[in-house]
Design a binder for this molecule. Structure first.
Ligand code: NAP
Length: 291
């Protein structure tokens, strides 16, 4: 293996240590940062993600509640919950954990969510701010990817980037953030013709596809930086795998994110960073809470 691993677990620890200092300062000033989560109680993966986010949040002093949605939850109840959280001054961040039960309209819930509490950066308002290059919350996974690149001193400017995937949560915002940092970006998707040739042009290749080991070693330009955002369960394999064939990519790339331990931990750290930002903004807006 020649690639240097981009160790998201280690970098997320550095990020979380920095956040803990800021949380301590907020608490000393009388502000208790709080992240509330709306989650589908019948989805084991979602519940596992939320437990992990909760554990890391608690470690740095962020509190919060989880509100479970199940088959009996109505759309009206979902929207009412979002409205209550929008107006609760003790809640700084709200995460609507995807996917909610199928019968619920997640897009409507995101539309109702106050952008000032949208710590996952997925409301149309946050997306508009991102597209407009204006300050706002950025989606956690793309933000985590950018933080990881910055931590390793990887310059984005002037590089040719290819992002495979155009989802709202991952592909599109990652492409926009790379472009904001002056990469020349191409977004690929399921209708892209001759994807391997396109990938071979990339100095930075981001895989956000949702297909295990989809990107092969011979798709990668020698020395490229490869970010594997995928996270896939494969029947019969005890470890989750990414969207990139790790063994092949490690022989060709200069830098590579492992799965697990790459983009995943950076996503959680970035979500928590947004919560701390949100709590600090309330202090800036309102002055000290006891005023
Ligand atoms: P998604 O919404 O299903 O989007 C997948 C994208 O991949 C789509 O744009 C799709 O193209 C494209 N695609 C599918 N098959 C393709 C093909 N054969 N060739 C080229 N493009 C293809 O998935 P997502 O939510 O973005 O997630 C992608 C992966 O990231 C998943 O493995 C997910 O588990 C992982 N993920 C990880 C984190 C983390 O924290 N690490 C967070 C979120 C997601 P079309 O638009 O044409 O259909």
């Amino acid at each position: 293996m020649s690639a240097i691993l981009l160790d998201g677990l280690a970098v997320s620890k550095v990020v979380r240590e920095g956040l803990k200092v800021r949380v301590d300062q907020l608490r000393a000033a009388g502000v208790q940062p709080r992240l509330d989560v709306i989650v589908a109680s019948q989805d084991p993966s979602s519940m596992a993600y939320v437990r992990m986010k909760r554990r890391w949040a608690e470690q740095i002093g962020i509190t919060g509640e989880a509100f479970s949605m199940d088959d009996s939850t109505t759309q009206e109840q979902l929207i009412a919950r979002v409205v209550v959280l929008n107006h609760d001054p003790h809640v700084h961040g709200v995460l609507i954990q995807h996917p909610l039960p199928r019968h619920l309209d997640e897009a409507e819930a995101l539309q109702v969510l106050n952008a000032a509490k949208d710590v996952d950066g997925l409301t149309p308002a946050s997306m508009g701010l991102l597209l407009s290059d204006m300050p706002g919350f950025r989606p956690a996974t793309p933000l985590g990817i950018m933080t990881l690149l910055r931590h390793y001193g990887i310059t984005v400017e002037g590089k040719r980037a290819v992002v495979i995937g155009r989802s709202i949560i991952l592909g599109k915002p990652t492409a926009l953030l790379l472009m904001q940092q002056n990469a020349t970006v191409t977004i690929a998707h399921s209708k892209t013709v001759d994807l391997p040739s396109l990938c071979r042009e990339a100095d930075i290749l981001v895989a956000a596809v949702g297909r295990p080991e989809f990107v092969r070693g011979d798709w990668i330009k020698p020395g490229a930086i490869v970010i594997d955002a995928g996270y896939n369960k494969v029947p019969g394999r005890d470890k989750d795998v990414g969207d990139v064939h790790f063994g092949e990519a490690a022989e060709v790339a200069s830098y590579l994110t492992p799965v697990p331990g790459g983009v995943g931990p950076m996503t959680v750290a970035s979500l928590l960073a947004n919560v701390v930002d949100a709590a600090e903004r309330t202090v800036a807006d309102l002055g000290t809470p006891d005023r």
